[in-house]
Design a protein around this ligand. Structure first.
Ligand code: ZN
Length: 149
């Protein structure tokens, strides 16, 4: 591995091979479906919320490598977050993936999330990377469905 790009690739591939928290969450009380017509990605995000506390998040879907890795990484990154902290995290990640200016982030602080930053160079793939995050936000807002178009 001689550069960051290779490392990013490695992280994406590893999440595709062994996605974290994939499957229908049982029980769940919030759910949203996300669709990215540009690529054909479909995701369902399931949330178990108890009062204000998010206890668990899982996903299923028909997803390309990037959208699947993003969903998998998401479920890890948000583990333990609830309420405003969770909303802030979602917003921060969406901003990081879609801002016009290169985000000023330290890849070492970001951990696996930094792997998703690689898509910024490929605008068509940005929607793959943001899909699960938009869908989680929709589930938390009890909106049901979301499309990236
Ligand atoms: Zn995709």
């Amino acid at each position: 591995m001689d550069n960051l790009e290779d490392l990013y690739q490695e992280i994406i591939l590893s999440h595709n091979k062994r996605p974290r928290n994939e499957g229908v969450l049982d029980p769940h009380n919030l759910e949203a479906e996300g669709y990215n017509p540009l690529c054909g990605d479909k995701v369902n995000v399931y949330v178990r919320r108890n009062g204000d506390e998010v206890e668990a998040v899982q996903f299923t879907g028909e997803l390309c490598a990037i959208s699947k890795a993003s969903a998998s990484i998401m479920t890890k990154e948000i583990d333990g977050l609830s309420g405003k902290d969770l909303d802030a995290k979602i917003e921060e990640v969406l901003e990081m993936l879609t801002s016009k200016e290169e985000p000023e982030v330290d890849p070492f602080d970001l951990g696996e999330l930094s792997a998703l930053l690689g898509v910024r160079k490929f605008p068509a793939r940005v929607k793959c990377a943001t899909l699960a995050w938009h869908t989680l936000a929709a589930a938390l807002r009890e909106e049901g469905t979301v499309s990236t178009e």
